[in-house]
Design a protein around this ligand. Structure first.
Ligand code: FUC
Ligand code: CA
Length: 814
């Protein structure tokens, strides 16, 4: 039987309608007794209480910031499918996501009036009439619709178990070593265990229920979603099936097209019980007195590409479910763990064991700043690697503002791709923490953007190449959105392309370079066609643009030639030139790029000794001198314009800017500050900021980053900040322990990657380097630094491991 559900949760509704067999309604509170022991794996997040023990409340607002319960739940994901596991005793909830389920439909946001209005916007800027320029841009230049589409929740799988009054030794955990969430407890003399993992090889989420005695597992499984008009039915062969279409976005395109939902989705749960009975009743599957149960969850949408939504979600689901349900849980688990470990195990980090590690994770977060728990920083680092693997597998969509985990139809900032820092930050640890493959989805997205962005370049700017502004979505929209003070920034695509360029620097892979080159060339082309000469010094600058989201003293952020743009462009033109040289192509363009690069506005040091954020020395007069964005410091990290040794005056100006900005900001902005202080070589200052990032103000109980609200970039930026304390590579050299905080006198890391094609294992003791093993991946030149000690090799032997000992880098045989 099929029921239609509209905007509320089917589980709660049908229970009210009388289908309930097992105590789902307002169960008396469960009493927890006994102290569960910590899990065996030190790489675990764990807790002594469920994240929640009730069905999601119904009706629930569609536009919701993640609840306090949700940020206690534990995430699993296979890159595409995600679940938040709540671990309730009476009510288990798995909040589900599929990474192509976004609102809206294919669309082109370019405003046809923009091209004619842009010269006047530029003239007003050159004339110092910034607010007038912003007003004109609001009227004529911004995208239609003005907002992009949101990433949306798929729904929930709920399992309602019999009431339990007293529960002993409850524990739930997430084991990062096996990418598996567990729940275990004892009630009525029976110990129940639950295991949840998201398999990439089998494209299902598996839930395994077992009990210490036969015949003890009884529950009622249901599904629900906030998506309007979705249906749920239980099939006669014991599947739960939810079908629906995605939500609409707001606004219309310039030619009046509404943003109605055009994606279809299906989620299907197969319930396989051993012993007992399984029956389908309405929109529920009911299991009674089973010995063990496996639930397999598959889901898909009709999304094929940003312009094609014609796939058959039912066929996709039935393919993966058909394959997976032919395998035993042991086979599924083994394949999952093998596959996951091939990525996760590449890096280990030991910052020293601590007794504090025996406490539940939320207690450790509360206590981290007080000291004595360096292992929590190691866990935070490995959690970020886990989250990247779980949200960004090849073939899936890139990690968005929430990775893949979102329980709303209208999440904060649409849970989109904000590309004036946030998406780039998501990938900061990808290369250094040895997860190169997780960048494949980013490459695929930028390839799409180079197509949609070429249209925007042509129709909006009359330019060649391609451009993307400060956000994009699954439809690869590239126009300026939200308002000119946020959106009128043409650098998003260029920055993303530099993130992709890093991968070539780390790997030297020439096949990859050939794939990347058209993106570099097209991005550079856009700027060749649109840079203007600023009137005072005749430097080449962007216009209109802005320093991300920071208002200058004249009532808006809109201006020309902000420092960050010039830094990104110096990196971009240098990379494009090097790429063309390495490929032996485009001789004339190489010269043009080099000449253009030399004419870009230089960086300037302002009256407070700071690095100027803008062409003019406005920093101290800007309304928010503590602003979260530190865009003009891009040149130090992750960009390449500034270095403590190569450009010490500019590095000192960065330091001054950081002091003025202050240490505490939103999650991602706090994480950026850590990386910057690392690059200044001040590990103790960086560590002070890490203490704030890893406090309850910026880290939720499930260790998700708190902007607040939840935003995943801070997890990734924080992990990068930990790497940058131990190994840095830039300015042609690899630096060992360049920003080691005194709180971590002794430790060991293995498997970090560095530019030039190297893999590094390090150990240190009492703040001194003990031993470094450097494995050459490509046979390239090596320049290694530890403090003032430097070792240089013009070339290395591919595959060979070079060993250096002590702070003086004595060469040793392995
Ligand atoms: C940028 C930031 C905000 C937030 C948003 C998603 O606009 O300025 O702080 O992170 O992205
Ligand atoms: Ca993904």
């Amino acid at each position: 039987m099929r029921r239609s559900i509209t905007g509320t949760l089917v589980g709660a509704l049908s229970i009210a309608a009388g289908a309930a067999l097992l105590g789902q309604q307002a169960a008396p509170p469960v009493q927890f007794t006994g102290e569960a022991a910590p899990p065996a794996s030190a790489l675990s997040l764990w807790y002594r209480a469920p994240a929640a023990d009730r069905l999601p409340s119904a009706p629930r607002p569609a536009a919701a910031v993640a609840s306090a319960e949700w940020v206690r739940a534990l995430p699993v994901g296979n890159g595409r499918l995600g679940a938040m596991v709540f671990g309730g005793v009476v009510h288990e909830r798995l909040q589900l996501n599929e990474d192509t389920l976004w609102a809206g439909r294919p669309y082109d946001p370019v405003n046809p009036e923009a091209k004619d209005a842009l010269p006047e916007v530029r003239r007003l800027i050159a004339d110092g009439q910034y607010s007038a320029a912003a007003r004109l841009a609001t009227q004529k230049v911004m995208s239609k619709p003005l907002a992009q589409m949101q990433y949306q929740t798929l729904g929930d799988l709920t399992l309602a178990f019999p009431d339990a009054s007293t529960v002993e030794n409850y524990r739930r955990d997430l084991d990062l070593a096996t990418a598996t969430a567990h729940v275990s407890y004892t009630t009525g003399g029976v110990t129940f265990t639950r295991e949840v993992f998201a398999s990439a090889p089998d494209q299902v989420i598996a839930v395994r229920l077992t009990a210490s005695r036969p015949g003890q597992i009884s529950f009622e499984a249901g599904m629900g979603t906030l998506q309007r008009g979705a249906t749920v039915e239980a099939t006669s062969d014991g599947d739960l099936v939810m079908r629906g279409t995605n939500g609409a976005g707001s606004g219309t395109t310039a030619d009046g097209q509404p943003m109605t939902g055009a994606l279809r989705f299906e989620a299907r749960v197969r319930v396989v019980a051993t012993g007992g009975t399984r029956t389908a009743s309405g929109d529920k599957v009911i299991v009674r007195n089973a010995n063990s149960v496996t639930l397999l969850i598959a889901a898909a949408t009709s999304y094929k590409t940003y312009e094609d939504v014609s796939a058959d979600p039912a066929a996709r689901v039935s393919t993966s479910l058909g394959r997976a349900s032919g395998k035993t849980i042991d086979t599924l688990r083994a394949a999952h763990v093998r596959d996951y470990r091939s990525l996760f195990d590449r890096v280990t980090l030991d910052l020293g064991p601590t007794t504090a590690a025996a406490a539940p994770t939320d207690d450790r977060v509360k206590a981290f700043a007080a000291g004595g728990d360096p292992a929590l920083a190691a866990l935070y680092f490995q959690y970020a690697r886990y989250l990247l693997i779980s949200s960004s597998r090849p073939g899936s969509q890139p990690a968005n503002l929430q990775g893949i985990w979102n329980d709303s139809l209208s999440p904060p900032w649409g849970s989109k791709y904000t590309i004036n820092i946030n998406t780039e930050m998501n990938y900061w640890p990808a290369l250094s923490a040895n997860l190169e493959e997780t960048m494949d989805p980013l490459l695929a997205m930028v390839q799409d953007l180079s197509v949609t962005g070429a249209r925007t370049a042509r129709e909006m700017y009359g330019a060649g190449g391609w451009v993307t502004h400060h956000n994009t979505d699954i439809w690869r929209a590239t126009g300026p959105i939200d308002g000119p003070q946020y959106g009128l920034w043409p650098m998003g695509g260029a920055w993303l392309t530099m993130a992709l360029w890093d991968r070539y620097e780390y790997t030297g892979d020439s096949a990859y370079l050939r794939t990347l080159y058209p993106l570099l060339k097209g991005s550079a082309q856009f700027f060749l066609d649109t840079l203007i000469e600023e009137p005072t010094h005749h430097w080449l600058v962007t216009s209109p643009s802005l320093s991300p989201e920071n208002n200058h003293p004249f009532g808006t952020s809109v201006t020309m030639g902000p420092t960050m743009d010039q830094q990104i462009l110096r990196d971009l033109f240098a990379a494009a030139t090097k790429a063309a040289r390495d490929l032996g192509v485009d001789r004339d363009l190489q010269d043009r790029w080099t000449a253009t690069r030399a004419r870009l506005a230089p960086m300037q040091i302002g009256s407070a000794g700071q690095l100027q954020e803008w062409l003019e020395d406005w920093d101290m007069k800007a309304p928010e001198i503590h602003h979260r964005h530190v865009s003009h410091l891009y040149g130090l990290f992750p960009g390449h314009d500034i270095d403590v040794r190569r450009t010490p005056e500019l590095a000192a100006a960065v330091k001054r800017s950081l002091e003025i900005r202050g240490d505490q900001a939103t999650g991602w902005a706090t994480a950026w500050r850590i990386n910057l202080w690392d690059r200044l070589g001040d590990g103790n200052h960086a560590y002070e900021i890490l203490k704030f990032l890893l406090s309850p103000e910026r880290t939720y109980p499930n260790m998700f980053d708190a902007h607040p609200p939840f935003q995943i970039d801070g997890n990734f930026g924080g992990a990068s900040g930990i790497v940058e304390m131990l190994v840095q590579c830039d300015a042609g050299e690899i630096r060992l322990l360049p920003a080691l905080p005194s709180a971590w006198p002794t430790g060991r890391v293995t498997g970090l990657r560095a530019r030039g094609g190297f893999e590094i294992d390090l150990s240190w003791k009492n703040g001194s380097l003990e031993r470094a093993s450097v494995r050459s991946l490509t046979g390239g030149a090596l320049r290694l630094r530890r403090g003032e000690a430097v070792r240089t090799l013009d070339r290395t032997t591919k595959g060979a491991v070079l060993v250096f000992t002590g702070d003086t880098l004595q060469t040793a045989s392995r």
